[in-house]
Design a binder for this molecule. Structure first.
Ligand code: MN
Length: 230
């Protein structure tokens, strides 16, 4: 008998999204189930934080993004990455909503889909590029931790790919996404307090350390490969 009753979490347990499903989704946007159970990342990230973060915060960004595009059929044809990358060319009336809620949606989809219990290993061209651009995975992790710690207020720290596959670590404020600056985000850590406050309170560095051990580098490798073919 399968005794999986604790999977009564409202967030469900779905599967990892492919590159196209992350970056090229179109209106109306919807909340996909987490690719693992809400308690799967414990003790690094507790189930309650996951449920609130995914079911309320992320869902809120999606609802607000859909509302902003509701009566704009021309924008409804754009993919999520086109909206976020082309933010500065959008009509003034929707720019802020797409920045906050389009970014909020994309950022969280990347976040959920590039974590896995216990983490995983990078492979192929990403592993080579990490060594080329950072010297080692340990150096990259140190840069990510430093960037995450240096975000004042709410925001994100990212591993991003530029033209030709050059890797860099960047910060974005609020729900901004590196795509708006011409970089493809590969993974990122949410340092809004809603992401960690229940468990870590003010100890953002401990949360970032825990996140670094959850990074699904195998999935990040896949996104990297596809970003270079996109
Ligand atoms: Mn968040």
């Amino acid at each position: 008998m399968i005794t999986n009753a604790c999977a009564a979490n409202v967030n469900g347990e779905g599967s990892y999204l492919a590159y196209d499903d992350i970056f090229n989704a179109v209106y109306p946007f919807s909340l996909e189930p987490l690719p693992y159970a809400a308690d799967a990342l414990e003790p690094a990230i507790d189930a309650k934080t996951m449920e609130i973060h995914h079911g309320r915060h992320h869902n809120g960004y999606i609802n607000n993004l859909n509302s902003a595009l509701e009566n704009r059929s021309n924008l409804q044809e754009m993919t999520l990455s086109e909206l976020v990358a082309g933010l500065n060319d959008l009509p003034d009336e929707v720019q802020t909503a797409v920045r906050n809620h389009g970014g909020g949606h994309l950022n969280h989809v990347i976040f959920w889909n590039t974590m896995t219990p216990g983490g995983s290993s990078s492979a192929g061209r990403l592993a080579d590029a990490i060594d080329r651009d950072f010297g080692s995975l340990e150096n990259l992790k140190a840069e990510l931790k430093s960037a995450a710690g240096g975000v004042f207020g709410s925001g994100w720290a990212w591993l991003a790919a530029g033209s030709g596959g050059a890797l860099s670590v960047v910060q974005t404020p609020n729900q901004d996404n590196p795509l708006t600056d011409g970089l493809t985000p590969l993974t990122g850590v949410d340092v809004w307090e809603h992401a960690y406050y229940l468990n870590y309170q003010n100890l953002r560095g401990d949360y970032v350390d825990a996140w670094l051990d959850l990074v699904h580098w195998e999935k990040v490798s896949e996104l990297y490969e596809q970003s270079m073919n996109a």
